[in-house]
Design a protein around this ligand. Structure first.
Ligand code: SF4
Length: 186
């Protein structure tokens, strides 16, 4: 099927239905090579229709910037499994930017770094939290001792929750500087 006819089909079916069917098709293609294995079986119609039985839909907001667009998080057995837009949110009115639409990847992405990493001789190595905290704090204290607290600027991550931003602000105050900003400005 050509790219244009795929786009037409997507428009006719609606984006959600189209993506759902495309994903099922892609999964079938990827797994068909293992079809004879006992460990794989075709999903039942009920499983395709409802892959997370008993899941809850929880209304929340995207924390990446101060717009606070609405998100519906689908939670299954305590795990965030799918994300949907909040159609009735008063600010975002059922839309997201490209960052917010993928917010679930903050917890689900396979590319997420889960341990401190250090680049040595051009290679990334996993290091312990103790080593990371020791090395960073020693460098920070050296800068502070030699140049004063205002020689540092604290830039908060857009991934901070409100509570993390609060602690980050307190830390900068303790450090002795007002040089602080945060992407979400919360
Ligand atoms: S990052 Fe995007 S989706 Fe998230 S709150 Fe800001 S504008 Fe909305």
């Amino acid at each position: 099927m050509s790219k244009n006819s795929l786009a037409d089909l997507s428009l006719k079916m609606g984006r959600r239905t189209f993506l759902k069917l495309a994903t099922i098709g892609a999964s079938f293609g990827a797994t068909s090579a293992f079809a004879s294995s006992d460990s794989v079986r075709a999903a039942t119609q009920e499983e395709i229709k409802n892959p997370f039985p008993g899941s809850k839909r929880v209304k929340t907001i995207c924390s990446i910037c101060s717009a606070g667009c609405g998100i519906v998080a689908e939670v299954h057995n305590g795990v965030w499994v799918r994300q949907d837009v909040a159609q009735d949110h008063p600010i975002s009115e059922g839309s997201h930017c490209c960052k917010g639409i993928d917010q679930i990847d903050l917890v689900k992405s396979k590319q997420r770094i889960k341990h401190p990493m250090k680049k040595e001789n051009g290679k990334w190595l996993r290091i312990s939290w103790d080593q990371a905290i020791k090395e960073i704090s020693e460098k920070m204290l050296k800068i502070r001792k030699e140049n004063g607290p205002d020689a540092s600027m604290f830039l908060g991550s857009a991934k901070f929750s409100l509570q993390e931003a609060f602690y980050f602000r307190k830390f900068a105050a303790l450090w002795g500087t007002n040089n602080i900003d945060h992407v979400a400005r919360i």
